[in-house]
Design a protein around this ligand. Structure first.
Ligand SMILES: *Cc1c(COP(=O)(O)O)cnc(C)c1O
Length: 223
C-alpha cells in the first residue's frame, strides 16, 4: 500500500508542478514517519524515498539506529527542547523547528563539539495561533540576523504549519505569506534562504503552488 500511495503522491506532485511551471526535482519529499515502525520506513525507502521526518528525538534515535545501513536524510520536524539538542544534532541532517535564541545557542554548541555545521530552518508561526510554536513573522528577520555569528548553524530557510481546516484553500494565505517573508529577508541577506518547508497531507498541492520546496507528508504515505 505504501508503494501505491507514494506513486499516487508522485503523480499529484507532477500534476501540480505541470500547471504551475514548477519542476518536481525542486521539491523534496519528506515522508513523515512519526508513530510508524522501522519496517514501514523500510518500505518507504524501497520505493525510492530518502528523506524521513520525525517529531520526537527519542523515537527518531531508535529508528535511526535500526536503519543505520540506509543512506537517509533525517528531518526533525517537531518542537525541539534545548536539552535534546545534543541527540538531535547527532542524527538530524535538517532541523525544521528552530524557534528560539536559546535553542540556537545550544544547537550551535553541540554541533561545534562534533565539528558539524547543523542545517536548520526557522519555524514561523504565520497564523499566530497560540497553540503553535514558531517565531512571529515580524521577528524572523532580526532573529536570523542575531544568530548569524553562530558558526556551527546554517539557516537554510523557513518552515510553517498551516492551521487545521477542512479546505486546503484556507492554507494558501499562510503559505504565500511565508514565501513573501523569505523573499523580503533575501533582499538584504548575504546568504539567501532557499528552503520553504510547507505542505502536509491535506494541503501540499496548495503549498507547492505557493512555492514550497519541501513537503512533509505522513498520512497520505502510510494510510
Ligand atoms: C505530523 C506532521 C506532518 C505530517 O502530517 P500529515 O497530515 O500526516 O501529512 C508534517 N509536519 C509536521 C510538523 C508534523 O508534525
Amino acid at each position: 500500500m505504501i508503494r501505491e500511495n507514494l506513486s499516487a503522491l508522485r503523480d499529484r506532485i507532477w500534476r501540480v508542478c505541470g500547471r504551475t511551471a514548477r519542476k518536481p526535482e525542486e521539491i523534496t519529499f519528506v515522508a513523515v514517519s512519526k508513530n510508524r515502525s522501522a519496517d514501514q520506513i523500510k518500505e518507504v525507502i524501497a520505493s525510492g524515498i530518502a528523506d524521513i521526518g520525525e517529531n520526537r528525538v527519542q523515537e527518531a534515535v531508535l529508528k535511526y539506529n535500526s536503519l543505520a545501513f540506509s543512506r537517509l536524510r533525517w528531518h526533525m520536524i517537531g518542537h525541539l527542547q534545548s536539552n535534546k539538542a545534543k541527540e538531535a544534532v547527532g542524527i538530524f541532517d535538517l532541523i525544521h523547528s528552530l524557534d528560539s535564541l536559546g535553542l540556537a545557542i545550544e544547537i550551535d554548541k553541540q554541533a561545534g563539539k562534533i565539528n558539524k555545521i547543523q542545517d536548520v530552518l526557522v519555524e514561523v508561526n504565520v497564523s499566530k495561533e497560540s497553540s503553535k510554536f514558531g517565531l512571529k513573522p515580524e521577528e524572523t528577520s532580526a532573529f536570523i540576523e542575531n544568530i548569524r555569528n553562530l558558526k556551527n548553524i546554517r539557516v537554510k530557510g523557513l518552515m510553517t504549519i498551516a492551521p487545521l481546516s477542512g479546505d486546503p484553500e484556507n492554507a494558501r494565505p499562510f503559505f504565500s505569506a511565508l514565501r513573501e517573508l523569505k523573499n523580503k529577508i533575501n533582499i538584504a541577506a548575504a546568504q539567501p534562504l532557499t528552503v520553504l518547508s510547507m505542505g502536509m497531507t491535506d494541503d501540499f498541492e496548495v503549498a507547492i503552488e505557493e512555492g514550497s520546496t519541501m513537503v512533509r507528508i505522513g498520512r497520505a504515505v502510510f494510510e
